[in-house]
Design a protein around this ligand. Structure first.
Ligand code: MET
Length: 260
């Protein structure tokens, strides 16, 4: 009798499956170009980055790995349908870095049934299924995140999304979290590498893990509002009239609460 190594058994069982941290909604997208749009979030587990101010460590830190459930595309879509009452809705793929996961089948299956797809990713890993998305948010991480930026990887993401031509691919946005002057300079540098791509700037929630006594569910709302005002002043001063300055509206409404 051949006994299959349990680890190998687990790997072959999980092949093709998507590691899911959480699926929730319907709610609205709280930030970026699709702010306010009704959506169901599919949050995957695992990330190639570890940002200093990460607001979703439970989907990033391997310490939470046991909470990430391998699911097939059919299982994910069934759960989204259960939440949406069977009605097609925008599915927002986030993470972690969802680009790590095998999401091509889910996107193809969902589109056949009328669902639309957006993804939130840092732009470090390009996938050919980016071309099948409706919306691609690329969020390069600035110096305050303490991660390093690879211009070639970001370009590869844009090229993958536009592989069938610019007009056939997803609507792309560059979304920059900004904490300080150095982050602003970074955003300016990167946006100038891709001048045709619309830009959103948003203040960073710098204390996602340190509850603030007077805030909304632990968030320093006054601090965020002050950073938003600073960002508007900077954009005005620099005459960046082609960018959008947006809050992380979900943080103002729900704080760091999960599942909203
Ligand atoms: N990693 C993705 C991004 O950078 C998802 C949100 S960040 C936790 O946009």
């Amino acid at each position: 009798m051949t006994v299959l190594d349990p680890q190998i058994a687990e790997i072959s069982e999980q092949r093709g499956k998507i590691r899911i941290s959480e699926i929730f909604g319907p709610t609205v997208q709280g930030e970026g170009a699709l702010i306010g749009v009704p959506t169901v979030f599919v949050r995957t587990g695992g990330c190639d980055f570890r940002c200093s101010w990460c607001d979703t460590l439970y989907a990033v830190d391997p310490a939470f790995r046991a909470d990430w459930k391998p699911m097939s595309a059919t299982e994910v879509l069934d759960e989204v349908k259960r939440l949406s009452g069977g009605k097609p809705i925008l599915i927002t793929l986030s993470g972690g870095n969802p680009a790590i996961q095998p999401l091509g089948t889910l996107i193809a299956m969902g589109k056949q049934e009328g669902f639309t797809f957006a993804i939130e990713t840092q732009g470090s890993i390009a996938r050919d299924w980016f071309a099948d998305l409706d919306y691609l948010t690329l969020s390069p991480k600035p110096p305050s995140s303490s991660t390093s930026f690879e211009a070639d990887a970001l370009r590869a993401c844009i090229d993958a999304a536009q592989a069938r031509g610019m007009l056939d691919g997803p609507a792309i946005t560059l979304k920059f979290p900004v904490r300080d002057e150095a982050d602003l300079m970074f955003a300016d540098y990167v946006r100038n590498l891709h001048i045709s791509i619309p830009v959103c700037l948003q203040p960073v929630n710098t204390t996602p893990a340190e509850p603030h006594p007077d805030g909304v569910n632990g968030v320093d709302i006054d601090g965020l509002t002050a950073r938003y005002r600073w960002l508007v002043d900077e954009v005005a001063k620099r005459k960046w009239f082609d960018v959008r300055v947006l809050p992380q509206w979900h943080v103002h409404v729900w704080g760091n609460l999960r599942g909203v």
